[in-house]
Design a protein around this ligand. Structure first.
Ligand SMILES: [Zn+2]
Length: 113
């Protein structure tokens, strides 16, 4: 059994909120999907020059890499919500009541404060 996650990706301690703790505890599963897509893209790229890979175009490889990046940046728990710190879940528009933000939303938040 995995150790409970106690910090977000920035090292910020997590509050004892089940929803937030669970989100960060499971975030590695989402990152694993992104890793798999990236590995598949790189495998396809390596097959492009093989006799079987003649129909694998660069766009397919690029699409998979973009999806992997999108999942990491836009879909994966990254930081405790800096607006509510998971103390106003149900009332926070910044994190859409999740108590956390993906990296993309966190960057926008930090740039605006
Ligand atoms: Zn929030």
């Amino acid at each position: 059994m995995a150790r409970p996650t106690r910090h977000d990706e920035r090292g910020q301690p997590l509050p004892a909120d089940k929803q937030v703790m669970s989100a960060f505890a499971d975030s590695h599963k989402i990152r694993a999907v992104a890793d798999t897509l990236e590995e598949e893209a790189l495998e396809l790229r390596s097959l492009q020059s093989s006799p079987a890979g003649g129909r694998i175009d660069d766009q397919i490889v690029s699409d998979l890499l973009v999806k992997a990046k999108h999942i990491r940046e836009y879909c994966t728990p990254y930081a405790l919500c800096p607006a509510c710190e998971a103390k106003r879940i149900g009332k926070c528009k910044a994190c859409h009541d999740r108590g956390w933000m993906p990296r993309s939303a966190w960057k926008i938040w930090k740039a605006s404060t």
